[in-house]
Design a protein around this ligand. Structure first.
Ligand code: C2O
Ligand code: CU
Length: 466
């Protein structure tokens, strides 16, 4: 018995109604596709529950999935229909610097009622995302993000076998609405950032996904939380990892450790098959190993008996760092609750309690809590950069490089066995992490913690490639 094709597609469409596809290419006469940030009334917790006041791209949360082919040039006319300035960052894309979307560094924020044309080429196939990059702690928390999927030259999986799960944790108040009043809470800023009490997947709770036996599925996971680290064990669903942060790892691999940590902004791509019909939950790990938290359910129908061979996943073509000729830099992370704050400065002034309350800065990079006028470092195009990031805080962080992917080559003195390419890495308290990359993309690029409250409270710096 094979499942009725139309019913299958309808079911899939229903599960993903919250994330419609934006077909880039079917556009206005001048070739631009519009994308609008606007206010949206959305029922977050359950379809019969109260509505939350959110902000969404095209009024949906997550925003539409933007889909392109590797090497394609995207033309997106972004309109700001909000009451406050914003800009759009294309996270993980090795992009032309002028299109990186960082308010205050690569462009001015787009004022309410104004628009900005983003025109850029996507050089790498994989799972990327886009999100607001002006007061991100506020704008991303309210829903301004979406997936950006770049397809391989030859699509590896049919559209219905290409599944994405955008995970976000929302802080709901007692009435079940998005808690606006607690945005900017200093306790969150000085500790682990804002974390929520409700998990959504593609904007809904625990969606069902229709699949069938005997074929391969690609599953793209994105952690869109402001600050929460997700614990995930792909082995529970028999998943093999094929990519991190958009970049393929080579051969699909089964992880031999658990749990796997997915930090804010990180992506993991898996491949999966199902060998018998039924219901298969896909879960996050909890403190209790026996009680994983299912965030979606695969409804497996009878298809073919055995899956064909897994399609070969093309590798990356990122430039390999030349460690023998590298420029070395060191970033010291300090501050936060239970951390050293006393000698940090904000615009030249020592961080006293009063300066901290007024500036809302309590984390520092190399002693400085304000966004620095001078770059952390400046290198010539093509040079290999090695950064030692030293976490002397009591919290983990998720460090993100704009415009470049890197390899983690050393963690607190022990060489790292696997060195996949990433654009965001997790670093634990008292840990030192060494990353390396070829700085081949000219411009001004951020290096910041992707726990968005930390980024706003001092954990943001930048480097320059000339
Ligand atoms: Cu996801 Cu500064 O970015
Ligand atoms: Cu952080």
């Amino acid at each position: 018995m094979t499942i009725d094709r139309r019913a299958f597609l309808k079911q899939t469409a229903a599960a993903f109604a919250a994330a419609p596809f934006l077909t880039v290419g079917a556009t206005a006469a001048d070739g631009f596709r519009e994308l609008t940030a606007r206010k949206a009334k959305i029922k977050l917790a359950d379809p019969d529950g109260p509505t939350s006041d959110l902000w969404g791209y095209d009024g949906t949360v997550p925003g539409p999935i933007i889909r392109a082919k590797r090497g394609e040039t995207l033309r997106i006319r972004f309109r700001n229909a909000l009451d406050e300035p914003t800009s759009v960052h294309w996270h993980g894309i090795r992009i032309d610097n002028a299109m990186d979307g960082v308010s205050g560094l690569t462009q001015d924020a787009v004022e309410p009622g104004e628009s900005f044309d983003y025109v850029f080429t996507v050089p790498d196939a994989g799972t990327y995302w886009y999100h607001a990059h002006n007061k991100s702690w506020n704008e991303v928390a309210r829903g301004l993000y979406g997936l950006l999927v770049v397809d391989e030259d030859e699509p590896l999986f049919a559209p219905e076998a290409d599944i994405s799960f955008v995970l976000d944790d929302w802080l709901l108040d007692d009435s079940g609405r998005f808690d606006v009043a607690s945005l900017g809470n200093m306790m969150d800023w000085s500790h682990g950032g804002r974390t929520g009490n409700r998990l959504t997947v593609n904007g809904v709770t625990r969606p069902d996904v229709a699949v069938e036996t005997g074929r391969w599925y690609r599953v793209r996971l994105l952690n869109a939380c402001n600050s929460r680290i997700l614990y995930f064990d792909p082995n529970r669903v028999g998943g093999k990892v094929i990519a991190y942060d958009g970049q393929p790892v080579g051969e699909a691999r089964k992880l031999d450790y658990s749990p796997h940590l997915i930090g804010p902004a990180q992506r993991v791509d898996l491949v999966l098959t199902f060998d018998r019909p039924g219901s298969v939950p896909i879960s996050l790990e909890t403190e209790d190993k026996e009680k994983p938290y299912p965030f979606a359910t695969f409804r497996v129908a009878n298809g073919s008996a055995a899956a064909p061979a897994l399609p070969a996943i093309p590798g990356t073509d990122l430039p390999v760092p030349d460690l023998s000729a590298a420029k070395h830099f060191k970033l010291l992370m300090e501050g936060g609750a239970m951390g050293r704050i006393g000698h940090l400065t904000y615009e030249g002034k020592p961080i006293t309690r009063q300066v901290m309350m007024e500036s809302r800065r309590m984390w520092g990079f190399n002693g400085i809590t304000n966004f620095p006028d001078e770059p952390f470092f400046s290198v010539k195009r093509g040079e290999t950069v090695v950064i030692d990031t030293v976490n002397q805080t009591a919290f983990p962080h998720a460090m993100h490089t704009h415009g470049h992917h890197f390899q983690v080559i050393d963690r607190s003195g022990s060489e790292v066995a696997e060195t996949p390419w990433r654009d965001t890495f997790l670093i634990g308290p008292e840990q030192t992490t060494r990353i390396a990359f070829v700085a081949d993309n000219p411009g001004k690029w951020l290096y910041h913690c992707h726990m968005l409250e930390h980024a706003a409270a001092g954990m943001t710096t930048w480097f320059e490639v000339t």
